[in-house]
Design a protein around this ligand. Structure first.
Ligand code: UDP
Length: 444
């Protein structure tokens, strides 16, 4: 028997548009995930409609973004200057816009809802009740996980978010987790029913992120052809810990310089996001204070083809994050044949094969990071071996696999939703939820 497949899905991404340039503000891995999987779903014949908040008066209500993909801009609150933390107050306006868009279509227009991040989950929860279709939810990040390993100076996620996440996790028909670790967090920290979780590994665009000439990439980017280059790519925020890399590299930069060895340089790619250490100016000041300004280059967020050149230009990519549900940058760099030095947190333990495609560091002690950098940069032959391992390791992560696994999750959601449809009508949603809770307790 063939699996059920949605003909048209409503994909909800309230706080950030898949059309935005990732690497700054609220745009990052979630945007890439939504856009890459939407394209592949569309190629497999699923019509995709993406609902996102309008952030400019020039955003048309509906944009044909690619074959089979419509981006719907919903007006909810001011176009600009609205902080992500203030978005819960706009969820009612956003949901009303989503309801209105659906009401303009024939009944049963969408077969399934897939929400990304908890704010979208809240919208998806209501749409599910209203439209009578299943809700699949991907958290991307979890407040309780982030709060358990906060960067210095970072502010804790509010309780309101944890409660909002709990609600969505209890209501969604299926939960998509990036890794087994995240699945464990969903069950352990949020009491999710393990039977409703699908572990779906994210991917990388393996056509874009390919190995290539380091010399050519450096020439294109105007980088020193001879230096040893360590690169950070991502939104500049305390959670991503670019400051840890700068502090850890500083003594090495000095030591290599004094010993007349090949100079070490840092490349920091990305734009400001969030609060605290996020401003590149703070990082520029930090580098100046450490006396290594001349060894650090900053680049604004780069589109993917140019980002591939950034990776190719690098000897090593560092991902020192305090928390990371997966870490797309780590996989993209490895797909370009570049080893990764990463923190042993969250999904990075899956994204990087310790000792084969890079190295994982426990904690964020600067001395430990200096030692790890020294170890990797002092052995170019081993670095080249890790580079080959990196390419092999990354080959398993493709958006094609991710999309196949998402379709399987959608099929399960549609199946279980159909199974419980008659029960829902007979007993009402509240009793159904109580039954689910009882089943969950029994399965523990
Ligand atoms: N990115 C980009 N240009 C940049 C910096 C980042 O396109 O200048 C993309 C990068 O390719 C990756 C995503 O932003 O796909 C960041 O995802 P990741 O999972 O590493 O971090 P997140 O933003 O989800 O915390």
């Amino acid at each position: 028997m063939s699996l059920p497949r949605p003909r048209r899905i409503a994909l909800i991404s309230v706080h950030t548009s898949p059309l935005a340039q990732p690497g700054t503000g609220d745009a990052g891995g979630l945007n890439v995930y939504v856009w890459q999987t939407a394209q592949r779903l569309a190629r497999r014949g699923v019509k995709v409609e993406i609902f996102t908040r309008a952030t400019s008066s020039g955003d048309a209500p509906a944009v044909g973004a690619a074959d089979g993909i419509t981006v719907r801009h919903v007006v909810a609150g001011p176009f600009e200057g609205l902080d992500k933390r203030d978005l819960p107050a706009q969820l009612c306006a956003f949901t009303a816009g989503v309801m209105r868009a659906e009401a303009m279509q024939r009944p049963g227009y969408y077969d399934l809802i897939h929400s990304h991040y908890w704010l979208s989950g809240q919208v998806g929860w209501l749409a599910r009740e209203r439209w009578g279709v299943p809700l699949v939810h991907t958290a991307h990040t979890l407040a309780a996980v982030k709060n358990a390993s906060l960067a210095e100076g970072d502010s804790a996620e509010p309780r309101l978010r944890v409660i909002g996440e709990q609600q969505v996790i209890a209501e969604a028909d299926r939960l998509v987790a990036n890794t087994d670790t995240e699945a464990g967090e969903l069950t352990g920290m949020y009491g999710a029913d393990p039977g409703r979780i699908d572990v779906v590994t994210p991917g990388a665009d393996l056509d874009c992120y390919t190995p290539g000439s380091r010399a050519a990439a450096r020439a294109e980017l105007g980088l020193d052809p001879d230096a040893t280059l360590v690169t950070f790519v991502g939104r500049i925020q305390p959670l991503k810990a670019p400051d840890v890399l700068i502090r850890a590299a500083a003594p090495l930069i000095e030591r290599f310089r004094e010993a007349g060895r090949t100079p070490v340089r840092l490349l920091i790619v990305g734009g400001p996001s969030g609060s605290g250490l996020e401003k590149p100016t703070a990082l520029i000041d930090l580098a100046a204070g450490l006396g290594i300004s001349d060894a650090v280059t900053f680049l604004p967020p780069q589109p993917s083809t140019r980002l591939a050149q950034v990776y190719r230009a690098s000897d090593l990519v560092a991902v020192p994050s305090y928390s990371e549900s997966f870490g797309l940058v780590a996989v993209e760099a490895q797909a370009c044949g570049v080893p990764v030095l990463a923190a042993r947190v969250g999904g990075l333990g899956v994204a990087v094969a310790d000792g084969r495609s890079g190295m994982l560091v426990d904690g964020h002690q600067i001395a430990d990071w200096t030692t790890a950098l020294d170890k990797m940069l002092s052995d170019p032959e081993q670095l080249a071996v890790l580079g080959r391992g990196a390419r092999d390791h990354a080959a398993q992560f493709s958006w094609e696999h991710t999309t196949d696994a998402l379709l399987a999750s959608y099929a399960r959601a549609m199946d279980s939703f159909a199974d419980t449809a008659s029960l829902r009508v007979a007993v009402g949603p509240q009793l159904l939820r109580a039954t689910r809770r009882w089943r969950r307790r029994r399965s523990r």
